[in-house]
Design a binder for this molecule. Structure first.
Ligand code: G3H
Ligand code: 13P
Ligand code: NA
Ligand code: ZN
Length: 331
């Protein structure tokens, strides 16, 4: 059944687990997520970005998610809109039937320019008023996603801040977070702790100076009842980078967020863990390998099935690592 983000994260907080929120653009991703959830008895958060709506179209995405709910009626599913750039964008998603929306007021409507604190409070408060009147949850964001190594948002294809960010912008301030949650009444708060979107998060395996899990602990100590969200949480599996590069790809050395660090965050209030890049890497690795090893195949279902299997393995691993597994039937 479709449930709200608030309902799921309240349960996750009560029982101390985290929930991966996977981005979805197509049938194969949707199947991988649902089959993994079914196998591990896990509740699901699927999220659609603006890029996904552009690629698949909002009606296709909506029906893809509703089809998942129909085929797996015993799995609770949150249908979440990722990175909404204005209350109007959130309103359209609510009308489409999303049970949760992200109002990302950390950036202006262009999705590039860092906003003022007052602007963020204002747009988020307006999105919350509207969403709550419809029984829909809201995730807000305070602080800007970006690398503590370079000060850059890092996303190659236009999601995230443009230009160099200051240290203050890259780490959410606990005191400001408390004020923000009080003023906006968001159901979940995305925080900045040194992660960024995409595959190029860290130039070396991250240590505490570039991945600030301690900041999450400080925020959680200040607002223990707020569900925290970690964006840019792909682990960038080295084994998939190897497969991609072995079969014709060219991805330079790069590192993601280690699963153990995410689990540490889950001990301190992180309840929603956003993952997109890992499924992209697994999918690309699987298709490159399949076509290289089966040069005479031309039925797309063959290589697409290989991508589904590769993505499903990642989903299962995250459901198990975050202790999401076992909880679908308890909600
Ligand atoms: O927010 C970032 C997600 O990875 C979505 O990316 O806009 O390319 O779909 P996208
Ligand atoms: P990754 O690029 O690390 O998968 O992060 C995805 C994300 O935060 C979507 O909102
Ligand atoms: Na989101
Ligand atoms: Zn994000």
């Amino acid at each position: 059944a479709l449930i709200s983000l608030r309902q799921l994260l309240d349960h996750a907080a009560e029982f101390g687990y985290g929930v991966p929120a996977f981005n979805v653009n197509n049938l194969e991703q949707m199947r991988a997520i649902m089959e993994a959830a079914d196998q591990t008895n896990s509740p699901v958060i699927v999220q659609a970005s603006a890029g996904a709506r552009k690629y698949a179209g909002a009606p296709f995405l909506r029906h893809l998610i509703l089809a998942a709910v129909e085929e797996f009626p015993h799995i609770p599913v949150v249908m979440h809109q990722d990175h909404g750039t204005s209350p109007a964008v959130c309103q359209r998603s609510i009308q489409l039937g999303f049970s949760s929306v992200m109002m990302d007021g950390s950036l202006m409507e262009d999705g590039k320019t860092p906003s003022s604190y007052e602007y963020n409070v204002d747009v988020t408060r307006r999105a919350v008023d509207m969403a709550h009147a419809c029984g829909v949850s809201v995730e807000g964001e305070l602080g800007c996603l970006g690398s503590l190594e370079t000060g850059m948002a890092g996303e190659e294809d236009g999601v995230g801040a443009e230009g160099k960010l200051s240290h203050d912008q890259l780490l959410t301030d606990p005191e400001e977070a408390a004020d923000f949650v009080k003023k906006t009444q968001v159901d979940a708060l995305a925080i900045a702790c040194g992660t960024s979107h995409g595959a190029y998060k860290f130039s070396r395996p991250p240590t505490g100076d570039i991945l600030a899990i301690d900041r999450i602990k400080e925020i959680h100590a200040r607002i223990p009842d707020t569900h925290l969200v970690m964006h840019g949480s792909s682990s960038v599996p080295q084994e998939w980078l190897k497969v991609i590069n072995e079969f014709g790809g060219e991805i330079p050395e790069t590192y993601g967020v280690p699963v153990e660090q995410i689990c540490e965050g889950i001990k301190y209030g992180v309840r929603k863990v956003n993952i997109d890049t890992d499924l992209r890497l697994a999918s690309t690795g699987a298709v490159r390998r399949f076509l290289a090893e089966n040069p005479s195949e031309f039925d797309p279902r063959k290589f697409l099935a290989a991508t589904t299997k590769a993505m499903k393995e990642i989903c299962v691993a995250r459901y198990e690592a975050f202790n999401t597994a076992g909880n679908a039937s308890k909600i």
